[in-house]
Ligand binder design. Structure first.
Ligand code: HAM
Length: 424
């Protein structure tokens, strides 16, 4: 016997019940983005590997060990399944000169790929929706992006998602800080673990969010970024905080928050829930004013976020906020010569009138078909037997209450069914 085929590890099938929730959430998200004037952008799942290397940074976990990279043998190009979409959005904005007539608010939704160790809330294929505000200096749009997240959590009925906020300054400020940080960590090198030592010269800021208690002790006495921030950075950060306060959005300052991608400057933030275990960050983002130039474009500021769909769905399920399943309005049952063709045509008429109608397929006697009608959850059975066929009519049987079965002429059937569905 041949081995049973399974999905790739860390990649999930979204089965119909779960897919209905996802479809519903996508609708909520699309309407929410539209209310803030964000327009959708769709970029390919595959990009040239160099895009992510340059945008996310060589010394990040993503680029070092999590990218699905392969050589396209047909033209010997190195391609990568996108691990995130900010790089792609900025690449597209440069390629199509999207900012030629002013700044743009963009959003996207779709699968991302990271070769991480799978666990609850962490997958190798996962979905994000995200926003990128391109060409705005902020801090007004920084605040808008954060406030709109708060509005979405509220609309979804999700509670207990807290906001952590930090500023990581300008490139120059970070360079000065980095130098002193390396000095500090080098002086305590014997107490760093292998991971921290590896990062000492490539990405010392990432040592700040090490989970290792021994390393944390060294972090506790490290110089703080705050001492290196200049006036412009502080003014930006204060402007953002002022708008958040006016909007009534609570936040915690977390000076250790540095995020895992190298393109950030100034504002960084994360939305975190304590109800999801180790993978509690449902949304993260920040400003990336250097990214356009880094990718070869005309310099332009940018800021955005991305939210993890699986994590939000887990929160929705945990708090019982997923919508109830909506079964079809009608299940079409047919029995006798010529009735299939009739029911088939009636089904098309009902769908054209906007009703959800499921045709019984695959044969079976009347009783078996009625059982299927009942199990389908449909509100009404529309029955075509030889008598109905002869009368150019159908029999309608309400399945969820004890209203009697009645005969209804085919002409005007949709209107009659709509009345019955409303309870009349
Ligand atoms: P990120 O923090 O890498 O940021 O990812 C954003 C969110 O995606 C996370 O907070 C989490 O909810 C979800 N996520 C990340 N990795 C996984 C995974 N392996 N499994 C399930 N969910 C995951 C970015 O991707 C940036 N592009 C965000 C951004 C947009 N910054 C500026 N603009």
């Amino acid at each position: 016997m041949s081995a049973r085929l399974q999905a790739v590890r860390g990649m999930n099938d979204v089965l119909p019940e779960a897919a209905e929730v996802r479809l519903w959430l996508e609708g909520v998200v699309a309407r929410w983005f539209a209310r803030y004037g964000y327009r959708q952008i769709r970029t390919p799942l595959l990009e040239h590997t160099g895009l992510f290397r340059r945008a996310i940074g060589e010394a990040t976990d993503i680029v070092e060990k999590e990218m699905y990279t392969f050589t396209d043998a047909l033209n010997d190009e190195s391609l990568t399944l996108r691990p995130e979409a900010t790089a792609s959005a900025v690449r597209a904005a440069i390629e199509h000169s999207l900012l030629h007539d002013g700044p743009k608010r963009l959003w996207y939704e779709g699968p991302m790929y990271r070769h991480e160790r799978p666990q609850k809330g962490r997958y190798r294929e996962f979905y994000q929706f995200g926003a990128e505000a391109l060409g705005y200096e902020g801090p007004d749009v920084d605040a808008e992006l954060i406030v709109m997240c708060a509005a979405l959590w509220k609309e979804l009925g999700l509670e207990g998602i807290r906001l952590e906020l930090n500023t990581i300054g300008s490139t120059e400020e970070r360079a000065a800080y980095r130098q002193d940080l390396v000095k500090h960590f080098a002086a305590h090198e014997s107490r760093l673990d292998a991971d921290a030592r590896r990062r000492l010269h490539s990405n010392p800021l990432r040592i700040l969010d090490s989970k290792n208690p021994m390393v944390q002790e060294v972090v506790a006495t490290a110089p703080a970024m705050q001492q290196y921030l200049g006036e412009a950075t502080l003014a930006h950060f204060e402007g953002l905080q002022r708008l958040l306060r006016t909007s009534g959005v609570a936040f915690q300052l977390n000076f250790r928050l540095v995020r895992g991608l190298d393109y950030y400057n100034l504002t960084v933030f994360e939305w975190i829930s304590d109800r999801l275990g180790a993978q509690g960050t449902v949304c993260g983002g920040g400003r990336y004013d250097g990214l356009f130039a880094q990718l070869g474009g005309k310099p332009a500021p940018g800021v955005g976020f991305a939210a993890g769909v699986e994590r939000l769905v887990a929160l929705l399920a945990e708090s019982g906020r997923t919508p109830a399943r909506r079964p079809a309005d009608v299940y079409l049952v047919h029995q006798g010569p010529g009735t299939l063709e009739f029911a088939f045509a009636v089904g098309e008429e009902l769908r054209a009138a906007g009703l959800a109608a499921v045709l019984h397929a695959g044969g079976g006697n009347f009783k078996a078909q009625m059982k299927k009608a009942d199990a389908s959850g449909a509100a009404l059975a529309v029955i075509v037997g030889e008598t109905e066929l002869a009368a150019d009519a159908v029999a309608v049987k309400p399945l969820r209450d004890d209203r009697p079965q009645r005969q209804v002429p085919r002409a005007g059937l949709a209107a009659q069914l709509n009345a019955l569905l409303k309870g009349n």
